[in-house]
Design a binder for this molecule. Structure first.
Ligand code: SF4
Length: 321
C-alpha cells in the first residue's frame, strides 16, 4: 500500500509565525510524510501541537505573518510555493477536499444545504441546468449519507451529525484525489464518530482517494487509519503502521505510548506535565521534561531514525515486557 505513488508528499515542511516584538513561534518543524491513493494517514497529537497549522499550510490558508518553508507536492504542484490564484482555482475543493473541523461554522448559515451543494456542483463540475443540478445535489448528498428529506433545511436546523454529513458531501463534490479531514469527529457522540469515520473510509476505498485525517481522537484514528503520524510540539516524532501502533507491540516513542496509556480503555494515566510553548521550545527533545526515559543525551534534538525521533525509543521486546 505504501509502495504506491504518493498523492501527497511532504518534505521538510516548517511553519514559523512572526509575532510582534520579533518573537517567532515554531508551529511546525521539518515535517516529512507521504499519503498514497487508497490510504488513510491519521495525524494525531494533543491540541495545539501544530496539526491544524500543518493542514492550513497545505491549503494555503495561513495568516500573513506565517512563513512556510519546505515542500508539499500534490502531484507536480508544490503547495508551499503555489500562488493564491492557483490554490483557489485548482486546489481547494478540486484537488483537495476539505472536511472541516466545525462543519456548522463552515456551512453558509442563510442558505439551504441544497443550494450550497448546487452552487458547489456548478462551480466544480460541468453540470448545468436546474433539473440536472437538483439531481446532482441529491446524488452528492447520498454519497455522504445525508438524507434527501433534509436538503431544504438551513445549517442551524441540522444536528451535529447531519451538519458533518453535509460538509462531507460538499467536500466530495470535486472528486478530489486527496481528502483532508481536520478533526472531523469534534463534538460528535461515539456512534456518530464511528459513523463518520466509516464514511470517510468508504470514500477512500470506493474511489481510491487518499485521506489525511487530523485528529486528537485516538479511537477514531484506530478505526480508520492505515498509518499513524504522531506530532508533538510541532514535530512529527513517530510514523508507524496503525496495526503495530495500536497492537501488542505498541508505539516506540515515549510520548506516543503516553498518549495510548492515557486512554480510559487502557491505563487511564495522563502524561504528567504540559507540552512546551511553541514560542519557547527547548534546544533538545521537547518531550524531555515529561519523559521517564530522559537522559543527558536528550538535551540534543533526536533525529528521526527508523521512523521514530527519540534517543531511547522502546523496542518491541520492551513493549511486550
Ligand atoms: S529523546 Fe529522550 S526525552 Fe525525548 S522522548 Fe526520547 S527518551 Fe524521552
Amino acid at each position: 500500500m505504501t509502495e504506491r505513488e504518493p498523492v501527497l508528499s511532504v518534505r521538510g515542511l516548517s511553519v514559523r509565525f512572526l509575532m510582534p516584538g520579533g518573537r517567532r513561534v515554531a508551529a511546525v518543524t521539518d515535517a516529512h510524510f507521504d499519503v498514497a491513493a487508497g490510504e488513510c494517514l491519521a495525524l494525531i497529537g494533543e491540541s495545539g501541537c501544530g496539526k491544524s497549522v500543518l493542514a492550513s499550510a497545505l491549503l494555503g490558508l495561513l495568516p500573513a505573518n506565517a512563513q512556510t518553508t519546505g515542500e508539499a507536492l500534490l502531484g507536480d504542484l508544490d503547495l508551499v510555493t503555489a500562488d493564491e490564484r492557483t490554490l483557489a482555482r485548482t486546489v481547494r475543493g478540486r484537488r483537495i477536499g476539505l472536511i472541516p473541523q466545525s462543519p456548522a461554522a463552515h456551512l453558509t448559515p442563510v442558505r439551504t444545504i441544497r443550494s450550497q451543494l448546487q452552487e458547489t456542483i456548478a462551480a466544480l463540475t460541468g453540470v448545468r441546468g436546474r433539473a440536472a443540478l437538483r439531481d446532482a445535489a441529491e446524488e452528492a448528498a447520498g454519497r455522504a449519507a445525508f438524507p434527501p428529506g433534509h436538503l431544504d433545511r438551513h445549517p442551524h436546523e441540522l444536528s451535529g451529525g447531519l451538519a458533518q454529513r453535509a460538509a462531507t458531501a460538499l467536500a466530495l463534490v470535486g472528486e478530489a484525489p486527496l481528502l483532508l479531514a481536520d478533526e472531523p469527529t469534534t463534538g460528535l457522540d461515539r456512534d456518530l464518530v464511528r459513523h463518520t469515520v466509516d464514511e470517510l473510509r468508504r470514500h477512500v476505498d470506493d474511489a481510491d482517494r487518499a485521506l489525511l485525517m487530523i485528529t486528537h481522537d485516538l479511537s477514531a484514528a484506530e478505526r480508520v487509519a492505515d498509518r499513524i503520524a504522531v506530532m508533538y510540539a510541532g514535530r512529527i516524532i513517530e510514523l508507524s503502521d496503525a496495526t503495530s501502533f495500536f497492537g501488542s507491540s505498541g508505539p516506540r516513542h515515549p510520548y506516543s505510548r503516553g498518549l495510548l496509556q492515557a486512554l480510559p480503555e487502557r491505563a487511564f494515566t495522563p502524561i504528567p506535565g504540559m507540552p512546551p510553548e511553541l514560542g519557547d521550545l527547548p534546544d533538545g527533545c521537547a518531550f524531555a521534561a515529561r519523559c521517564d526515559r530522559a537522559t543527558p543525551a536528550c538535551a540534543a534534538q533526536p533525529p528521526m531514525t527508523d521512523a521514530v525521533a527519540c534517543h531511547h525509543p522502546h523496542v518491541p521486546e520492551d513493549a511486550r515486557a
